[in-house]
Design a protein. Sequence first.
Length: 245
Amino acid sequence: GGPPLWSPNDQSVLFELTELFQRSEPLFKKWQPLWTAEEHAVASLSASYVRRLHTARQNLRAQGGSLLIPLGIRTLDEGAQMLLLILDKRDSQTYRLTVINSGMPGLDWHACSSAEPPKFKYQAALCLDGIPSAKAEDDAFWALLVVTSAVPPSPMMNKEPLPLYDKFIPWLIGCPIEHYLATSVYALDGQAPEHLQCEAGQDLRTPQYGQTGGWRCMTFAMRFLLRDRGLPVVSAKLVKWHLRR
């Protein structure tokens, strides 16, 4: 006869996120064969994925809300890493893009804390707010991003770039990532206790070990979405515990 496990507000948030993952399921079904495809099949599978993504983005543009977009990073030396993008329509003029990355490559672009030595924890959710709708709704941007994510870089490159972080994100936000992070409301305050940073929705996470990027990105994204909608850390952990049962 104790208090209910979930408040009405918590239940509403959980229902909303369940619908979000269900709406995004067709994109995941299109991304999986593209991510595992041989290079000769990338072009046709990329076109199929871009078409499905276009439909999902048109629905987001018309109805508002959020969209989950699976992507990845391929490199020559550091292997491949699954990513998850969360695209939120804020209003008629702006969007927010959140990059969820649970490991290398790419995580070194996210804020890091050494407050719990010898562990290094990272801000797995890189939030980019205030993106103009003209850029967030650009079809060419998304098509190029998908193809670039699916094809590994050329062995002839002297310096191995990460186009998502080096090119695409700076174009979206109109400045280098370093400058944005220094002034962003999501930036970590090195003087604030870590539990206060977490209360601000800036959860620090331990990077993945092994090839668990797909699962970890999903759980990190779920935690971010729950926290972003006002649920405390304890409730977010409880949701993950139920998922692992």
